[in-house]
Ligand binder design. Structure first.
Ligand code: GAF
Length: 401
């Protein structure tokens, strides 16, 4: 049986000091400050954000750190502890298509925040990034990058933006500048989450409510499994699902699937010529209902009180994503099946799918046992060994130093 480790995020204070030193080493002077933003897991409400749906994410303890300073020039200089690629661009030259790779997620935020910048948008700045959210794990390393940049830029330029305006700037950076047409779940979670809480998010207007989510005191834990499965074709498949959901809404005669209900789906099957489109709609409609049910259970009692029903909803969410939405891969299904067999109350993929991570609601003293069972199942199938973390509900974006 493979030995497993439940890894934890680097200490936040130490990580902030580290990026400050990296900035000083790299640019030759001390930064004005350090800001950071977390990655996330989505507890439930998957692939519904771009249909005005409901989601329940939480920030995790892995964060992206940005040390930054204003400069007396018009040059924007971006560097990263994870990558040799550096970007140097005149602030006035920022436009979609001008920047590639990870720097696009930072430069795009500056570009998107222009609406809030009065006067000439030629203020230069230096930014050093140290991203500690595992890359490609479906834990929103890109949102953490965008949102840490948004905090830094807000502070450097004293823009006076609200957290929600920074969420929107981060979304615009991703969709219009970096060119990934995602839906806003990740950026909302990264900016608006509160420590010890999950975030009830209504994607119709991006209104939010903090929901107490304290598993540790109830002897429970949320185990994250990074399946290390490659995200091949992730953008193409994600965009295809999004297009399917738009076709489904059109076939049901609603602006978004938030406005459709399950009964409508049953009475109007003939209008959905395409069986695939019907299944896509069924996923979104049922998933939005599951978020409502999950939220109602959390309002009615503790997680411990309702652990069985909550677990069932997590399971139903995964099964719908596997069968109706078809965004899972064998590694995700294997991790979920193994977790359930090993006694998890519920388990599901989290994030965009096609690789990435799963979560499992487990007894805290069973977390290692469940992780071991998942690792064994992976080893049996010849999959790359997964990595394990605990999802600790953490604070959203903010200043560190
Ligand atoms: C990815 C996207 F970025 C989010 O917007 C969301 O659609 C998610 O997949 C699926 O729920 O993380």
């Amino acid at each position: 049986t493979p030995a497993v480790t439940l890894s934890s995020a680097p200490d936040r204070g130490e990580a902030a000091e580290r990026v400050e030193s990296l900035f000083a080493e790299s640019f030759g002077y001390a930064p004005d400050g350090v800001w950071s933003a977390p990655g996330r897991v989505n507890i439930i409400g998957e692939h519904v954000d771009y249909q005005d749906g409901l989601c329940l994410p939480m920030a995790i303890s892995h964060r992206c750190f940005a040390a930054a300073a204003r400069t007396p020039t018009d040059l924007v200089r971006l560097r990263s502890a994870q990558d040799d690629q550096v970007l140097e661009i005149h602030a006035g030259d920022l436009e979609p298509g001008a920047v590639d790779g990870w720097p696009a997620y930072v430069a795009g935020v500056l570009w998107a925040l222009r609406a809030h910048i009065s006067g000439a948008t030629t203020q230069g700045m230096d930014i050093m990034i140290d991203g500690q959210v595992p890359l490609g794990a479906g834990l929103s390393s890109s949102a953490a990058l965008e949102c840490s940049a948004a905090e830094a830029i807000e502070a450097l330029l004293s823009l006076g933006t609200t957290p929600l305006q920074r969420v929107r700037a981060a979304i615009t950076a991703e969709t219009d500048f970096a060119g990934a047409s995602t839906g806003g779940l990740d950026q909302s979670a990264s900016v608006l989450s509160r420590a010890g809480h999950a975030l009830f998010l209504d994607c119709r207007d991006f209104s939010t409510r903090a929901v107490p989510w304290d598993l540790a005191s109830q002897g429970l834990a949320l185990l994250i499994t990074d399946t290390r499965a490659e995200h091949s074709h992730v953008d193409g498949e994600y965009t295809a699902r999004r297009a399917d959901s738009e076709r489904a809404a059109a076939a049901l005669g609603v602006a978004t699937l938030r406005d459709a209900d399950a009964a409508q789906l049953d009475t109007l099957p003939a209008s959905l010529e395409d069986e695939v489109v019907r299944r896509r709609a069924r996923h979104a409609i049922s998933e939005i209902q599951r978020v409502k049910d999950f939220d109602a259970l959390l309002a009615a009692g503790t997680v411990r009180d309702n652990v069985r029903e909550l677990g069932d909803l997590l399971n139903a969410s995964h099964d719908s994503l596997r069968d109706d939405y078809e965004v899972t891969v064998p590694q995700l299904d294997t991790a979920v099946d193994a977790a359930r067999q090993a006694g998890a109350h519920g388990a599901r993929m989290t994030g965009g799918g096609f690789g990435g991570s799963t979560i499992a609601l487990v007894e805290a003293d069973q977390a290692e046992h469940v992780a071991t069972a998942i690792a064994a199942a992976f080893s049996e199938r010849g999959f790359t060994a997964p990595e394990f973390f605990l999802a600790l509900p953490s604070e959203g974006a903010g200043q560190d130093r």
